[in-house]
Design a protein around this ligand. Sequence first.
Ligand code: HEM
Length: 473
Amino acid sequence: IKKPYKYPPGPAFMPFVGNMPQLKKLSKKLGGLHLAMSELAKEHKTNVLGLKFGSDYMVIVFSYPLIRQVLRAEEYESRPDSFFVRLRSMGTKKGVTCTDGEFWNIQRNFVVRHLRNLGFGRSSMDVMILDELQEMLGILGQPTNGEGFFMPRIFSPAVINILWALTAGNRISRKDARLQKLLDLFNRRSKLFDLSGGLLTQFPLLRFIAPEMTGYNLIVEFNKELKEFFMETINAHKENWVEDKEDDLIYAFISEMRKENCDPSFTDDQLVMICLDIFVAGAETTSNTLSFAILMMILHPQIQDKVHTCLDSVFSNKKVPRYFERNMVPYVEAVLLEVERFCYVVPLTGPRRVLTDTVIDGYNIPKNATVLLNNHSVHHDPNIWGDPENFRPERFLDDKGQILNNEHLIPFNFGKRRCLGEVLARSCIFTFFAGIMNVYRVSLHENSPEPSSVPLPGITLSPKPYRAHFTKR
Ligand code: HEM
C-alpha cells in the first residue's frame, strides 16, 4: 500500500489492518507498546516513526527536541475524534482530556481555576492528603495474618478518596461498598483500554459481530454504571445547592450552570465526563507511582537506608513531613524524581491530532493523523542520562546534596495540554512516601512473588504484583 509523500519511515502497511498485528505481536514480545515502537524506530533509524492503524495514520515522536517541538506547537493541541474516543466518553465528545478547540479551552480553564480555588497547592489540600496518610499509617501497622500487603492496589483507595473529596466534597470510608464499587469499575475498565485505540476504533462494525470479544459490551455496561454513580452524587448536590455554593468541583459547576449567561458547554453530561476524566487521569497514575517508589525501596535497601537517614536528620518519627517542607529533605525528593524517570507510568503520552498538514524533522504528517509522544525513550536516553538503566537518585543532586533539576524529565509534559493535576500528584506522592518511610521500614514479604522492576504493560504501567512487609522503625 502506497504511503503519503514523505511520510515518516516505518514498516510497510498491510491491507486494511496497517501495522496493527505486527505491533501487537512485537508489544507482547518486548513487554509494551512503547518498547515495540522504540524497536521499530531503531530499525528504521528514525526519531519520527510512521505507522498506520486500520485506516488511521499514526505517527510516533521520539527524542527530547522533537517532543518539545510538538508540546509547544498549536497545530498538535487537538485530540483524535474516533468511534473509540466517543465510546470512552459515553457516546459524546465531552470532558477535558478528549476535547479540543474553544470547548476544551473554556472547560479546562474552568476546572483549573476551581481546583485552585478548592486549595490546589495550598494548605487545605495538604490537610486532606494528611488525613488519608494518617489512615494509611494505621492500616500498615495492623497484623496481616502472615499475608503482608498486596502492593499495586493498596494506595488506590487513598488516592481515589482525595480525588473524590475535591470533586464531591467528602471522602468515602474504606468500608463503604461504594468505594469498592468505584475501585472495581476502574480496575475492570483499565484492563480494557489500549492506547492504540483498540480494535473498535479501526473496525467499529465489529461491535455487532463480536460484542464480547472486542470489550464493547463491557465498556457500555461500565459507562452506564459509572454514569449512574456520578449522577447520584450530582443530583444530591443539586438538591442541596444554594446560590454561589462552591465547596467542591460539582457545586462550582452547578453554580456556573445556573448563571444566566452560562456558556452552553456546561451540561450534566459534561459534568459527568469531567468527573470521569479526573479519576481516569489521576487515580492509577498517582497510585502506581507510589507503588513503584515502595518497590524501589525494597529492591535497593541501601537507598532506603539513605532515605531514612535523610528523614531522621530533619524530622522525628512522630512528625509527619509536609509537602512544603520537601526542600529540607533533598535526597527524598531526588528518589521521587528518579522514580518518575525510571518507573515512568505513562510511557506514551498524547494522543494528539494534527489540525493541518504539518512537517516535523523533514517528514510530512497528514491532517488528522494521530501523534503519540514516546516520553519513555527520553527518560531512558543514554545520551541524556549516561546510565539510564540504573536506579540512581544521585543524578538529581549537585555536589552540595541539593536538588539538580533536569529539563529532560517530563513526566507531566508541558505546554497548553500539560497535566492539570501535577501539583496534586506531586504532593500526594511526596506526603505518602515521606510519611510512610518516616515511620516504617519496608521489605519483601516472605510469601511474595519475586519482585521485578520490569513493569506490567498497559496505558498506565504498574509494578508486577508483590507483597510488602512494613516494620515500625
Ligand atoms: C503521577 C501522576 C500523573 C502523571 C504522570 C500524569 C501525566 C499526565 C500527562 C503526561 C498528561 C499530558 C498528556 C498530553 O500531553 O497530551 C496529563 C494530562 C492530564 N492529567 Fe495528568 N498525570 C498525573 C496525575 C494527574 C492527576 C492527579 C489528575 C487529576 C487531578 C490529572 C489530570 C489530568 C487531566 C485532566 C489531563 C488532560 C489535560 C488536557 O487534555 O488538557 N493527572 N497527565
